[in-house]
Design a protein around this ligand. Structure first.
Ligand code: IMP
Length: 417
């Protein structure tokens, strides 16, 4: 039996989708479980020349023998869920899915409010924050509520009274129609009713039967609602603790795998000490095709920051790292790695809650690049010496061993160290 958690070590977009897809097959996973976030996530999986983009469905969904689970910690937009189900079924895939009846629903008013209020921090405008707000305020509507017309109508009416006041009186928007929302959500619910169940119970039984489970994190450590770069964060626990509350079981994790891109990217606003606002940053953006899967925004790019890597390893207890997109750096004669920050004229190596990342200047080490295409290499020993040196230095600085190296988007462009 194996239980693995896969968690982003940076600001999301580390390439977790590919690593989840690859690991779930390689390690014979029976379950792949999402526990946080919603369709703000964007996980891309390539199978040959076919590209699949998932926002809500777990990244094990292309393996029909794997039970894919959406846990209670996820927020669900029914129209996105149905869209993704239709899309993968129309491409000939059999859906093997379970959805927690306790998950909260993203409603149309959440999307409208996020569009108005989320601009300041550059949210994905998918309604994620307002939905989690309602969950914590104990007025959110759950999948379970939606499955019962009477309960759904009653809860919807209560919420609409309040939301329409906010929309019309505070934001000068048109009110939304309760009947229209009721009808469209009721129709959508019929498409996924068959998958709704008590996920905590299913996972408990899986644990009792010693079955293999993979927990798939969305976003990354630095976007965590508690441990990220507040206020430029998402609204869920993207870190290891999210698994406990977002699924309803106590996992017995054998491996916590941190996924870290060989450089750093960020979308939306917020501090980013190693950001490159120059030609090198632009080139990394182009070669790495760093465009948001969910919003289509260009991602900000910069050097690898091992201060945040070490912080992520501490918060999540990473046992191993998967380094992704290493091939992208092949054009560089010199590669910089941030090893510490200069903060108020002091050198610091650890992030703590009192530190404002906005005021941190990166301190770099410089390493010679390998200047060759490594995307066809499949064995660690065949990597150029300079590439191996870069990886060893990452291991030292993050105090975490590297076990997986990704040198391209396809499944087979993966090296097990
Ligand atoms: P929200 O999650 O839509 O509320 O957005 C809050 C912040 O998290 C914004 O800066 C988003 O760009 C960022 N964010 C949310 N989801 C992702 C993701 O999957 N990858 C990268 N950034 C994300």
């Amino acid at each position: 039996m194996t239980e693995i958690a896969i968690i982003g070590a940076q600001w999301g977009d580390e390439g977790k989708g590919k690593i989840v897809d690859w690991t779930s097959k390689k390690q014979g996973m029976k379950y792949v479980v999402r526990f946080n976030g919603g369709n703000n996530a964007g996980h891309t999986v390539w199978v040959g020349n076919d590209e699949y983009k998932f926002h809500l469905l777990p990244s094990g969904i292309l393996h029909p023998e794997i039970v894919n689970i959406i846990g209670n910690g996820v927020v669900i937009d029914p129209s996105v869920l149905v869209g993704e189900l239709d899309s993968i079924e129309s491409r000939g895939h059999k859906v093997n899915l379970r959805i927690s009846e306790s998950a909260n629903l993203i409603m149309p008013y959440h999307r409208v409010l996020d569009g108005i209020e989320g601009g300041k921090i550059g949210t994905t405008r998918r309604g994620i924050g307002p939905c989690y707000e309602d969950k914590v305020a104990r007025r959110g509507i759950t999948v379970h509520d939606l499955m019962n017309d009477g309960v759904f109508r009653e809860k919807l009416l209560k919420n609409m009274e309040m939301k329409n006041q906010i929309l019309t009186k505070i934001y000068d928007q048109k009110p939304l129609s309760t009947d229209e929302i009721f009808d469209s959500y009721s129709a959508l619910s019929e498409r996924f009713r068959q998958y709704v169940c008590d996920v905590s119970l299913i996972l408990y039984e899986a644990v009792c039967k010693d079955e293999n489970i993979l927990f798939e994190g969305a976003q990354g450590n630095m976007l965590d609602v508690d441990h990220g770069t507040r206020p430029y964060i998402t609204s869920s626990n993207t870190t290891i603790g999210g698994i406990f509350t977002g699924t309803g079981i106590r996992p017995n994790l054998d491996t916590v795998l941190g996924v870290m891109k060989a450089y750093t990217t960020r979308v939306g606003e917020g501090p980013f000490p190693t950001e490159l606002n120059d030609e090198t940053g632009k080139k990394i953006q182009e070669i790495g095709k760093e465009v948001g899967t969910t919003t289509g925004r260009n991602r900000r790019c910069g050097w690898l920051d091992t201060v945040i890597g070490r912080y992520a390893s501490r918060i999540n207890g990473f046992d191993e790292l998967a380094i992704t997109k290493l091939d992208v750096l092949g054009f560089l004669p010199v590669i910089k790695v941030c090893t510490a920050y200069n903060y108020n004229n002091k050198e610091i190596k650890e992030i703590s809650s009192g530190i404002n990342l906005e005021e941190c200047q990166p301190i770099y080490e410089e390493w010679p690049g390998w200047r060759e295409d490594i995307s066809n290499i499949r064995n660690y020993r065949d990597l150029p010496e300079n590439t191996k040196r870069y990886l060893s230095r990452i291991e030292e600085l993050t105090e975490t061993p590297v076990s997986i190296i990704s040198v391209g988007p396809e499944r087979e462009q993966t090296i097990l160290k």
